[in-house]
Design a protein around this ligand. Structure first.
Ligand code: NAD
Length: 281
C-alpha cells in the first residue's frame, strides 16, 4: 500500500517537522492540535522554511505553492477524512496518547495505520489500547524531522508485516533511512542519548564544569554537532524528563532523572521552546 494521505496529530516541535517531511515526499497532510492556534503556527513555520529555501534557490516558486496547497489544518480528530496513516506527535504522556488513539479508532478509516512518534513509551502497550494492534507501529523521527535522515520504525507485538512494509516504504519515499528496532524502552536512540544528557546535567549540578565547557567537551572532543545541554534545550527539558522517567521505571536506577532537571521543568524552564533552559534564547 502506498501512503499519500496523512493526518498529523500534535503540531509542536515534532509534528510540524514531520508534516514538512511528508509534504516534501509528495503526501497530502491534515494537521490537528488540541490548540488550533498551534496548528496554524506550524503551517506558518513550514511556509517560512520553504520561503528560505526559495530564496536560497533550492526550490522553485511553484513547488513551494504546490506543497502549501497540500497541507491543511483541521479542528479535531473527527476531521481525519480518508487519511491512510495517522502520525501522533502529541505530548509524551501515555494518558494523552491513549485518549487520542481511542478516539481515532472510532473515526478513522478501518484500514488506516496508526503510528506514534513516542520517544520511549511502549508501542505494544499503545497498540493494545488502539483497537487495531496489527495496524499500529512506532515511527520515531529525529528532531528536526524535516532535516534528520533517520526514522526508528518500531513494530509492536501484534504489528503485521504488511504494516511494517508500508511504513518502511513511506520512510524511503520521504528520503529517510528506516531502522527497524524492537519495542524496548527508549528504542535505540533514547536509550543511548538520554543517559548522556542526564550525566551532563549531573556534572553541571556538581560543578564539574560550566555549561559551556560541558558542551565544548562533547562538541570539540567527541565531534558531536551539539553539546548535551544545548541538545536537551533543543529537545525540550519536559520531554527529556518524561523520557527519563519512563526509562527509569522500565530499565532501572541508571536512568533516574537528575534533580536539577526536575527543578528546571518545575520552574517552567523547558528549553528553547519556553525561551530558556540551560541557556537563554
Ligand atoms: P511539544 O510539546 O513541542 O508539542 C506537543 C504538541 O501536542 C503541542 O502542540 C500540544 O498542544 C499537542 N497536544 C497535546 N495533547 C494533544 C491532544 N490531545 N490532541 C492534539 N494535540 C495535542 O512536543 P514535541 O517535542 O513535538 O514532542 C511530541 C512527541 O514527539 C512526543 O511524544 C516526544 O517524545 C516525541 N519526540 C520528541 C522529540 C524532540 O526532540 N522534541 C524527538 C523525537 C520524538
Amino acid at each position: 500500500m502506498e501512503i499519500d494521505k496523512i493526518l498529523v496529530v500534535g503540531t509542536g516541535a515534532m509534528g510540524g517537522g514531520i508534516a514538512q517531511a511528508a509534504l516534501e515526499g509528495g503526501c497530502s497532510i491534515r494537521l490537528v492540535d488540541k490548540d488550533e492556534n498551534r496548528a496554524a503556527q506550524a503551517v506558518e513555520r513550514i511556509r517560512s522554511r520553504l520561503e528560505r529555501r526559495l530564496t536560497e534557490g533550492k526550490i522553485q516558486d511553484r513547488e513551494s505553492e504546490e506543497m502549501l496547497g497540500r497541507i491543511t489544518t483541521v479542528p479535531d480528530l473527527s476531521s481525519c477524512g480518508d487519511a491512510q496513516l495517522v502520525i501522533e506527535a502529541a505530548s509524551e504522556k501515555e494518558s494523552v496518547k491513549e485518549a487520542i488513539f481511542r478516539q481515532l479508532d472510532a473515526v478513522a478509516l478501518p484500514s488506516a495505520i496508526f503510528a506514534s512518534n513516542t520517544s520511549a513509551i511502549s508501542i505494544t502497550r499503545l497498540a493494545s489500547l488502539s483497537g487495531r494492534p496489527g495496524k499500529f507501529i512506532g515511527m520515531h523521527f529525529m528532531n528536526p524531522a524535516h532535516v534528520m535522515k533517520l526514522v526508528e520504525v518500531i513494530p509492536g507485538l501484534e504489528t503485521t508485516g504488511e504494516t511494517v512494509e508500508a511504513i518502511v516504504g513511506l520512510c524511503l519515499k520521504l528520503g529517510k533511512r528506516a531502522v527497524v528496532v524492537a519495542d524496548s524502552p527508549g528504542f535505540v536512540a533514547n536509550r543511548l542519548l538520554m543517559p548522556a544528557i542526564n550525566q551532563a546535567i549531573h556534572a553541571l549540578q556538581e560543578g564539574v564544569a560550566s555549561r559551556e565547557d560541558i558542551d565544548n567537551v562533547m562538541r570539540l572532543g567527541a565531534g558531536h554537532p551539539m553539546g548535551p545541554l544545548e541538545l536537551a534545550d533543543f529537545i525540550g527539558l519536559d520531554i527529556c524528563l518524561e523520557i527519563l522517567e519512563t526509562l527509569c521505571l522500565e530499565l532501572g536506577e541508571t536512568y533516574r532523572p537528575c534533580p536539577l532537571l526536575r527543578k528546571m521543568v518545575a520552574g517552567g524552564r523547558l528549553g528553547k521552546k519556553s525561551g530558556g533552559g540551560f541557556y537563554d534564547y
